[in-house]
Design a protein around this ligand. Structure first.
Ligand code: OXD
Ligand code: MN
Length: 570
C-alpha cells in the first residue's frame, strides 16, 4: 500500500533527486563538498548493522535440500509467517521498482533481477552495485526471465526481520532490515544464494570470490579467483598495490566479492563479476592497506555507519592515528570511552568499481576472464601455513570444503571464533552444501585444463601473538609463487596437506623476515593437523550419507599421510 510508485531508470537526474530527498529527511548526511563531492553518510538503525544469518532462510519444499548448514522453512510456512509483515508495510512510503542486471549488459552469462523496495538508500546503493534501471529493462524486454525480490524496511525490529530465499521459484523476500547484504537483494541473496542454486542446475558456479589479474614483467596477465570469508581482506587483495611493482608484477581488479564462472567454449573456466561496485569494510582501510580504494573513495561514495569529523569528512578506526578532536560517532554522539569505537566495526563504503585506479580493462568483458588459479583462505592464528598447493582438482575441492576461519564483525554474533566455512560459502550457499561439494567435483570433470587450487593464510601469529606475515601489498609475493608454479618455475616441498613453497622459491627480497619466521610461516605441524582433521571429520558428519565419497577418501588419505609424518607427542 505505498503512497507512490517510482520506476527507477538509473539516470543521473534520478540519483540526484533521491539524494536531495534523503538529505531532506535525514537518511543522508552530506559530506565535505570540496574533499568528498557527491558523497554521503548514512546512519543505520543501531540494531541493523550487519548481516543476520540467524534470520536468513532457504525455503525449499524438502528440508534436506537446504541442508544442515542453512536455516530452513517450507515455502508455505515462510510465506504464511512473513506475508503479514509486508501487509501495509509501505503505507505512506514510496515504493521503488528497481530493475538490474548482474554481469556485463551484453554478456551471455548475465542475469536480471527486479527489486521492489521502500528504501531510497537501497536504490542508491543498487545503482552503484549493479547495472540498474533502463539498461536492465531494455535487456529484459518482454521476457519473464528475472528474479523478483521484495524488500521492505518494515519496522526494523529484529523479531520481525526475515531474509527468505525460495530457490525453487527463484524468489527473494526480505523484511525488517535496511543493512547491505540483507537489503541490497542483488548481492548475497541473488548473486550468491539464488544464483548458486541456479548454477548447480545449469552447470556453472556462483562463488564468494574476488577476481584479479596478475601481470608479469612481459605484460602477460594471469587471472585468479579467491574465496575468503567476509572481512578477511578480499577487497584489499583484489585492489592491491603490488610490492613487486618495481620487478614488473602488477595486480588488476575484476571483482572483490563475487565471481560467476562458466566453462568457456575452449574448456577454460571463465569468470565475470556480476557487480559494478565495492561494498567494503571501512575500518582498517588506509593508504598502506589499500591505496587504490582510498583514491576511489573521494567521490560518488555512500558511507554507512562511519564516524564524521568536524570538517565533514568520513573517519574510521585504522584510517590515520587516533580519532581527531570533535568527531561524531556512527551513532551521532560525541566520542568518549563510553561511545567508542567511533565507526562501527562493520561500517562500509559503497563505491563504483570504475573509480579504482586498479580496475582491469577486462572488467566488463562479456566472455569473462580465464581463471588459472583458485585460492581459498581464512583467518587462522595457527595451523595453516602461509600457502599450500593442492595436488589436483579433487584434492583442491577437499581443501576448500575444510576451510575454517575466525569470525568477524560482518555478521552478527561472536567475533574471533573459529568456524568451518567451506569455500567461504557457509552463509551464502542456497542449497545443501553436500550437493554443492558434488557440484564442484563435477565441474572439474568438465574443464579441459582445470585451474590449480591453493590455500593461503595471511593471519598466522608467532609465539608473541604478532602476525608473522606483513600482508597487504606483500601478498603479491605469494601470488607470484602461484604463477611460478603454474609456469613450472617454482619448487615446492610435498607435505601431508599439500605442496608448500621451499623458502628459496618465494621472492622475499626487500623483506626483513628472519629465516626462523619464514620456517614458521611455512611449517606444517602434523600434530596440530591431526587435531584439525578430527574437527573436519566432525563437520563432515553433519552431512551424513549425502557427503560425496571422494571427499571421504581425501580425508582418509590426509589422515594416512599425517600418521606417516607425525612426530610422537612427549
Ligand atoms: C560482504 C560479506 O558484505 O561477505 O561482502 O559480508
Ligand atoms: Mn562478501
Amino acid at each position: 500500500m505505498p503512497s507512490k510508485i517510482v520506476w527507477c531508470d538509473g539516470s543521473e537526474q534520478e540519483n540526484e533527486r533521491l539524494a536531495e530527498e534523503m538529505l531532506r529527511d535525514g537518511t543522508f548526511i552530506s559530506l565535505n563538498e570540496q574533499t568528498y563531492p557527491s558523497c554521503y553518510l548514512h546512519r543505520s538503525n543501531p540494531n541493523d548493522v550487519a548481516r543476520t544469518e540467524g534470520l536468513t532462510f532457504i525455503c525449499t519444499s524438502q528440508k534436506t535440500d537446504a541442508g544442515p548448514t542453512n536455516n530452513w522453512m517450507s515455502p508455505e510456512e515462510a510465506k504464511a509467517k512473513v506475508r503479514p509483515l509486508f501487509e501495509g508495510a509501505m503505507k505512506g512510503r514510496t515504493m521503488y521498482v528497481v530493475p538490474y542486471i548482474l554481469g556485463p549488459s551484453d554478456s551471455p552469462y548475465s542475469k536480471i533481477g527486479v527489486e521492489i523496495t521502500d528504501s531510497a538508500y537501497v536504490v542508491a546503493n543498487m545503482r552503484i552495485m549493479s547495472r540498474m534501471g533502463k539498461v536492465a529493462l531494455e535487456r529484459l524486454g518482454n521476457s519473464e526471465d528475472f528474479v523478483p525480490g521484495l524488500h521492505s524496511l518494515g519496522d526494523l525490529q529484529p523479531d520481525r526481520r526475515f531474509i527468505l530465499h525460495f530457490p525453487e521459484e527463484k524468489l527473494i523476500w526480505s523484511v525488517g532490515s535496511g543493512y547491505g547484504g540483507n537489503a541490497l537483494l542483488g548481492k548475497k541473496c541473488f548473486a550468491l544464494r539464488i544464483a548458486s542454486a541456479m548454477a548447480r542446475g545449469q552447470g556453472w558456479m556462483a562463488e564468494h570470490m574476488l577476481i584479479l589479474g596478475l601481470e608479469d614483467p612481459s605484460g602477460k596477465v594471469t587471472y585468479m579467483a579467491a574465496a575468503f570469508p567476509s572481512a578477511c581482506g578480499k577487497t584489499n587483495l583484489a585492489m592491491m598495490v603490488s610490492a613487486l611493482e618495481g620487478q614488473g608484477y602488477r595486480v588488476w581488479t575484476i571483482g572483490d566479492d563475487i565471481a560467476w564462472m562458466h566453462v568457456g567454449s575452449d574448456g577454460t573456466l571463465r569468470a565475470i563479476n556480476p557487480e559494478t561496485g565495492f561494498f567494503g569494510v571501512a575500518p582498517g582501510t588506509n593508504e598502506r592497506t589499500n591505496p587504490n580504494i582510498m583514491d576511489a573513495l573521494h567521490k560518488n561514495t555512500i558511507f554507512t555507519n562511519v564516524a564524521l569529523t568536524s570538517s565533514g569528512e568520513p573517519w574510521w578506526e585504522g584510517l590515520n592515528g587516533t580519532a581527531p578532536k570533535g568527531i561524531t560517532t556512527w551513532k551521532g554522539e560525541s566520542l568518549s570511552s563510553k561511545t567508542a569505537p567511533a565507526a562501527h566495526p562493520n561500517s562500509r563504503y559503497t563505491v563504483p568499481a570504475s573509480q579504482s585506479p586498479s580496475i582491469s580493462s577486462h572488467f566488463g568483458d562479456p566472455q569473462g576472464v580465464p581463471i588459472s588459479a583458485l585460492i581459498f583462505g581464512g583467518r587462522r592464528a595457527m595451523v595453516a601455513p602461509l600457502v599450500y598447493e593442492s595436488q589436483n582438482w579433487q584434492h583442491g575441492v577437499f581443501v576448500g570444503s575444510i576451510m575454517a576461519s575466525e569470525t568477524t564483525a560482518a555478521a552478527t554474533g561472536a567475533v574471533g571464533v573459529t568456524r568451518r566455512d567451506p569455500m567461504a560459502m557457509l552463509p551464502f550457499c542456497g542449497y545443501n552444501m553436500a550437493d554443492y561439494f558434488a557440484h564442484w567435483l563435477e565441474m572439474g570433470a568438465k574443464l579441459k585444463n582445470p585451474p590449480r587450487i591453493y590455500h593461503v593464510n595471511w593471519f598466522r601469529r608467532g609465539e608473541d601473538g604478532k602476525f608473522l606475515w606483513p600482508g597487504y601489498g606483500e601478498n603479491v609475493r605469494v601470488l607470484k609463487w602461484m604463477l611460478d608454479r603454474i609456469e613450472r618455475r617454482a619448487d615446492a616441498t610435498e607435505t601431508a596437506i599439500g605442496n608448500v613453497p621451499t623458502p628459496e622459491s618465494l621472492t622475499l627480497d626487500g623483506l626483513s623476515l628472519s629465516s626462523q619466521t619464514i620456517r614458521e610461516l611455512l611449517r606444517v605441524d602434523p600434530n596440530a593437523w591431526a587435531e584439525e582433521s578430527q574437527a573436519m571429520g566432525k563437520f563432515y558428519e553433519k552431512f551424513g550419507k549425502r557427503l560425496p565419497e571422494p571427499l571421504h577418501q581425501e580425508h582418509q588419505a590426509l589422515d594416512a599421510r599425517l600418521q606417516q609424518s607425525s612426530i610422537p607427542v612427549k
